[in-house]
Design a protein around this ligand. Sequence first.
Ligand SMILES: Cc1ncc(COP(=O)(O)O)c(C=O)c1O
Length: 396
Amino acid sequence: MDVAQRLQRIPPYPFREIAMLKAKLLAEGKQILDFGIGDPDMPTPDFVIEALCEAAQDPSTHQYDESGYGIPEYKQAVADFAKKRFGIEVNPEGEIQSLIGAKEALAHIVWAYIDPSDVVLVPDPAYAVFKVQTTWCGGNAVPMALRVENDFLPDLGSIPARVAEAAKIMFLNYPNNPTGAVAPLEFYEEAVRFARDNEILIVQDAAYVEVSFDEAPCHSILEVDGAKDVAIEMHSFSKTFNMTGWRLGWAMGGAEYIDALSKVKSNVDSGTFMAIQRAGIAALARYDEWHPQLIAEYQRRRDALVEGLNSLGWSLEKPRGTFYVWAPVPPSFASSAEFTHALLNDCGILTTPGTAYGTTGEGYVRFSLTIPAEDKLCQIQQAVANIRQNMPDLWA
Ligand SMILES: Cc1ncc(COP(=O)(O)O)c(C=O)c1O
């Protein structure tokens, strides 16, 4: 049977070809240095697992979370965290929604607001969910190019007035996947002004907000005065506590936006397992002690990879956030796809072509610092050595 047209309209899965090549090389007994997928390779902290085990023993966690928005203790823990971490007041009653990870909320908020032919401003390159969901709702995804010369921030001033006026949602994602850029508070101030002037809802994807380096903790857009009037922000435990498989996050923002999201969710899912919400409370309670270790490990990997690539001729700045390195394709290669294939075939290095994130991603490849190998630094050094040996004329 034919799948629905909406499914047929999605472009072919960009990683499929690479995954097939990877499988072929592995079958031939080749070693693969995997910088592909962005999924934390380190385990969830013990104190979170212990909290889950304890909560799962309590039968009162076994039923639907009928609150719809999250259990009161969870929402309070999130509000306390937001106050401590970002200095903001978020009302646990009405301004917070528990999530099954950030991804579902990024999808569901589109279903809450977008009708056929509505305009959505979507960064390019970006996480695919923004555009796919817009397209599924019949909306018109208008790309906002993220370029190095603008620190990978969208140039809001270059958006034509008629597009800005027509737009209903603007997606942002900082720290940014795939570029590793972070957003200064001044940018969020500009974005809030822009949204207010044009009656746009900002959906800020903060999945990586806790992965930032060099003592530059990232901001929440809600730190901007009046942001709740125009913004909702999605947060996640996935990257902060190595909990991608657990599916836990929260949305915070203006009550009307939380309410609309909640209405969609209540028709699609039945909330987050209450024991997992309790584990989330335990995670947030020990954030201060856990977080420096996490960042130190990614910083060590980031520094080794960036310094290694720079020793080969790149002139990369160290990314300020996320666990990705967004590296330009050397001029001796015609495209991201060609370079990605050469890295895999000639050097055994798996990366992601920039075009997997949008057309503006052409000319880049993404290295993920989530490394499944036992010795992380050893894999990074091996990758640099392989490129040095097998691609001698890289920058010629
Ligand atoms: C930019 C971005 N947003 C959201 C997510 C999804 O996060 P979660 O696991 O909380 O659904 C990811 C996952 O890789 C991501 O890269």
